[in-house]
Design a protein around this ligand. Structure first.
Ligand SMILES: [Fe+2]
Ligand SMILES: [Fe+2]
Length: 322
């Protein structure tokens, strides 16, 4: 059965999981409350006087939002606007006209609102030099995103589990800081974070389904994406500086990612698995060792960190020192 790529039979495993996917999708639909971007930011022809007042007061209030919080919002927004990349990967790896693709369309519609509402927010509040930000977004999409997953759908499911939980933390932490200056953005980020947490639950539990039917290969695939979560755009101009600022500002960094990994290991019950083959035991040991590796990496990054200044076009090259 095994081939050179080692991915034979994975499509069949995904097909076998379709009843579970339908169940998880139904659970998701019954738990969610569907919101729309204009629930937070009125934008209609027939706005009330109250709405107009809300929007003009909002523009005054955001003046106090510090630049590191603006950078974090920009990074979160860019990540959300990477949706074409993520939709494509899911469509390519999980197929069409099946329970996975039905999930993917619904998930994409939900995710689409995240980019929309954040984009509306930064535009309506005049938080950025908008053209500079739009150029960055253009590059982010234009750069494409083709992780070296070959034909491995299992890596995709591990990746999405980690990614949903990581974005949930990044949004929630940004919201907490922003709330000191502006409450509407915290409400928006809180709603996005709640969506991410439900998405995480879907992918996490779908991955448990994989572990139940093909645990060794599921672990081997998770190991390929866990040590370092590659994002689309990680090599575009300014992207790593943005991530560095967000880390230095205490919003999201390597320690947060370590927590995400630990949470996945716990939820997937990796420590309690009893693989009956040597490859499975090896993958299990390696997975359990990932948090310690990430700790070491975080220590190293912190030891090497020197004070540094940053500036970004989308906030007018204002200098930030850390
Ligand atoms: Fe999202
Ligand atoms: Fe999500």
């Amino acid at each position: 059965m095994a081939t050179a790529t080692g991915h034979a039979g994975k499509a069949e495993a995904l097909a076998a999981l379709e009843p579970l996917v339908e169940e998880l999708t139904a659970r998701h639909l019954s738990d969610r409350k569907l919101w729309m971007p204009s629930d937070f930011l009125p934008a209609s022809e027939q706005m009330t006087g109250e709405d107009i007042k809300t929007m003009s007061e909002l523009q005054d209030r955001v003046r106090g939002v510090p630049d590191p919080v603006r950078v974090s919002l920009a990074l979160n927004l860019l990540t959300e606007e990477g949706l074409p990349h993520f939709h494509r990967l899911i469509a390519v790896h999980l197929g069409s006209e099946n329970a996975w693709s039905r999930w993917n369309f619904m998930w994409t519609a939900e995710e689409d609102r995240h980019g929309n509402v954040l984009h509306d927010y930064v535009r309506d509040t005049r938080l950025f030099d908008m053209r500079a930000f739009e150029q960055l977004q253009y590059q982010y999409i234009e750069a494409g995103f083709d992780p070296a997953w070959h034909d491995d759908p299992y890596q995709l499911l591990a990746y999405t589990s980690l990614q949903e939980r990581a974005t949930q933390a990044a949004h929630a932490n940004t919201g907490k800081l922003a709330a000191q200056h502006e409450p509407i953005i915290q409400r928006i980020l809180g709603h996005i974070a709640a969506d991410e947490s439900r998405h995480f639950r879907f992918y996490r539990d779908a991955f448990i389904g994989l572990l139940n039917i093909d645990s060794t290969r599921a672990m081997e695939s998770a190991l390929k994406v866990m040590p370092r979560l590659a994002m689309p755009g990680h090599n575009i101009a300014g992207y790593s500086d943005m991530a560095d600022v967000v880390h230095r500002a205490g919003i999201y960094g390597p320690r947060d990612y370590r927590k995400v990994v630990q949470e996945c290991l716990d939820a997937w019950g990796i420590a309690d698995l009893t693989p009956d083959d040597a490859a499975g035991r090896e993958a299990q040991d390696k997975m359990m060792a990932v948090p310690a590796r990430l700790d070491k990496l975080a220590d190293l990054i912190e030891r090497r960190m020197r004070s540094k200044s940053f500036s970004f076009d989308f906030i007018y090259q204002r200098l930030m020192e850390f």
